[in-house]
Each structure stands twice: as structure tokens, then as C-alpha cells.
Design a protein around this ligand. Sequence first.
Ligand SMILES: Nc1ncnc2c1ncn2[C@@H]1O[C@H](COP(=O)(O)OP(=O)(O)OP(=O)(O)O)[C@@H](O)[C@H]1O
Ligand SMILES: [Mg+2]
Length: 496
Amino acid sequence: MPDGSRPIIWKATPAQAAFISCPIFEIFFGGARGGGKTDAALGDFVVHADEYGQHAIGLMVRRTRTELVETIERSKQLYIPLGAVYHTQESMWRFPNGARLRFAYLERDSDADAYQGHSYTRVYVEEIGNFPSAVPILKLMATLRSGSGVPCGFRATGNPGGPGHQWVKARYIDPAPLGWKRITFTFTGKDGKEIARDRVYIPSRLEDNPFLGAEYEANLHLSGNEQLVRAWLDGDWNVIAGAFFPEFGPQHIVPAMALPDMWPRFRSGDWGSARPFSIGWWALSDGSVPNLPRGALVRYREWYGWNGTPNEGAKLTAQEVGSGIAAREAGENVSNGASVLDPAAFSSDGGPSIAERIMDGGGKTGAGVHRVDFRRADNKRISQKGAMGGWDQVRARLKGEDGRPMIYFFDTCVHAIRTLPALQHDELRPEDVDSEGEDHAPDEIRYACMSRPYLPKNMPAKDPVFSGIPIGTSPGPNVKMPTMNDLWKDNERGGF
Ligand SMILES: Nc1ncnc2c1ncn2[C@@H]1O[C@H](COP(=O)(O)OP(=O)(O)OP(=O)(O)O)[C@@H](O)[C@H]1O
Ligand SMILES: [Mg+2]
């Protein structure tokens, strides 16, 4: 914070200020290239040093020496005017108040071992996606402790792509794809006590950085393939080379919100026991909520039957799944007639089929009607003889009309958001999905898209599947994005 005696040489952008003032233990500031992440990390240490003086001890790492040199150069521009002195031998800054910031590069994972036993109050990892595995990073995290009671913090920055793309995405993006949400993880410590740690993803966007112009964007276009450049510009973590649905992106994800009761709702399901089952709940927009065009499908809830490990099932019985569905949609008007389930679940070898057992598990209403009922989904995967196949239906909705998607996912539908963009092409039949992948949510998304005719703009919204259910024109709730202030209030200390 400026103490009045020195001129202000650097001022945080709003996104950088949010990063700097965020009190959460583990922060990932990531997304677009050139969003101001490196400056944010360097600025963060100045604020930390101002606050804790000689007790502020920082470590800033990158994967390679060349990368590190760049950061050190920028740190000179920012730190020398503050009276800090750089000690080349130790690669360390000493600030006038005694605070220290050390730079290091970890070319091999085992290089992190050298830091065992050290104590830091801040660990910064720049371009964390350049680390193929989380192992060295976790070792660095273990150095965060302070004998003087300084609140310690881990701060990482990074862009999509790179050898660590998948683990970085799984750790920071998948739990809350839009970011700005405090995610709490608990684990059991050595002494058997439960320890809770908070983590947050703060998205960084190129627009957040007023210091870079169009020229920078043009340069990015020269330096990567189209998919990667899009990932860098939009900060889009769903871009994966060879993806079956490269169309999928942040434009399909919306914050969870209350939807008008009048919207027709149905569910789609894919059965699994040793493999995960997946149930998706859908509402059909009547166009009354901003940014959800008329006719768009909105996945507002999902239930994914996994055991916590990708592609491993929770092994629930069909009855348990049925009663779980009934409990989740209690009080909602979900159309059984429009709900669709994996046709394989209807096959029976004598006893009741999976579908029947799910229906039984859901129980009956007073009138003797099943609470949970499905019809057979149309399982045509690929287009044939002019008829549109399921995957093309999904693709058409992802692409949407006039640049507006016709399918949306609440940010709480983390398994759809995790697995849909990860689908790969089948090597032998590229028009189909490689079914070795984790395709359970995508399969029921496909059933949902296949369950009703595509609804072009200007067509009356009356859907034959839903005939009888009035499509209302209620105004819809105020759609409100979470603000930074929902997470933390103090946003003052963003400059020096
Ligand atoms: N608050 C600021 N004040 C002045 N200049 C800034 C500020 N933030 C960023 N910049 C300038 O914008 C440029 C890009 O910022 P920075 O290097 O921090 O972005 P980045 O997100 O780390 O980029 P990359 O993804 O390429 O690593 C830098 O040249 C930096 O000097
Ligand atoms: Mg950077």
C-alpha cells in the first residue's frame, strides 16, 4: 500500500486487485494469455511484504530457467523503485523492511525436493500448466508455514494448454468452471484430524488487461494452432486437441439460477453400475430469461453415479437410483412422458428390467402412477440416410443459431462440463465418439437432444412432446453473476 512518501508506480487492474486481496489459501489465477497474471503475482508479494515485513518470505517458481529470466526482468522494473535489492547469487530480492522473495526454476520434478524443510509464507507458481504432474507442486505447498503467524498462501497462474492441462483443469476449473467460488476440500491429517483447505479459481481475461493492445492478440494468432489460440484468448479450458466437440466452450455454461416454474422439464438417463450412471434434468426455455434463447435446452441439474474416480461407478441399485431421482425432483413438474432412458435399460431376460426397477424405486403417486418413468431413448448415434444422428443433434445445439447456443449447462453440472469436451473421436469411425472414454453424461445429453425436434427460431415454441403443458411467459428471475464481493470484501489493497 502506498505510504504517501513514494510515488505510485504500479496500480492493479480490478482482476489483479481481486487476486491480491483474496484471503483464500490456494488461488489459481488463470485463463487468457496476457491477462496480467505475472504482474499480479509480483504485485501480490509487494502487498504481502508491506504487511508482514521481515516475516514475509516468498518463493516464486517456474518450470525453466528461460521462463524465469523473463519474470525476473519484470520484477526489476517493479521492485527497484521500491528500494528492494536483488541478490543474483541467491536469486533473491530483499526489501527495505526485510521481506524476501526468492526465484527458482524446477526443471525436473525432483528439483522440488531441495525445498523440503524450507518455510515460506507465499509460494507462487508461474505457468503451472507447464508442470506435467502435480507432485512437485504439492511438495512446494508443504513448505507453507510461518513461525510468526503470517497467514500463508499458495498462488498459481497459468493458461490452458501445456503438459499439465488436465490436472490443472481438474484441480481448479472443474469444481467451479466459471470461477469466483470458494471450494473447500477436507482431508485427514497425520494426527487423524480433519483439515479443511480452501481453493478458488479467479479467471483472467485479456480484456482485463488495458496495457496490451490488438497487436498482442495478433501475435498470439501467429504462435499457436487455432484451437489453442482460442483457448488462450478466451481462457477456455475445454479446448483439447482432437476433441469431438470443439464447439463446446464457456458460452455454454451459465451460473445456476432459479428457472421459471412454467418451463417444461424432463430428464434423460444413462444407466451404469460398475461404470457411472448419469441423470440430467432439462428445462426448455420459453425465451423469458435473458441469455437463454427461446427453444434452448437448459441442463439445470445432474446426478452422476460415480465413486469419485473418473469412469468408476457408485454401484447403486436401480431401485436406489429411482428413489434418488424422485427425491431430487420432489415438488417439480418433471414430465415422465418426455423423459428418456438408455434403451438397453429396457431389455429384460426374464425378471424386471433396469428401467422397471428404477420406476419401482421412484415409488408411486396416490393415483398408482409411477413417480419416475421414462421412455426408450432414440439411440441413433450418427446420421444416416439424411436423418440426423444424436451426436449431430448435440453439435447443432452447441453451435446454435446466429452464434447463440441452443443448449446450456448450469455451472453446477460439473460432470457434463468435464466429460462432454473430453470426448474423443473414435479412431476407426471418426464420425462417432470413442466409447472407451467417459461418455455417460454425453450419452444422456445425446438422448435429451434426440428426444425432441430441433426448434428453429421463429417457430412456435409449442413442442409436441410437451403438448398440454402451457409454456408461460413469466419474466424470470434477475440473472445475477456472483461478484467478487460475495467472496471477499476488502478490495482496497490493490496498489503500491
Ligand atoms: N497493473 C499493471 N500495470 C501496468 N502494466 C501492467 C499491469 N498488468 C499487466 N501489465 C503489463 O501487461 C503485460 C502483460 O501482463 P502479464 O505479463 O502480467 O500477463 P500474463 O497474464 O502473465 O501473460 P502470459 O499469459 O503471457 O504470461 C506486461 O507487459 C505487463 O507489463
Ligand atoms: Mg505471465
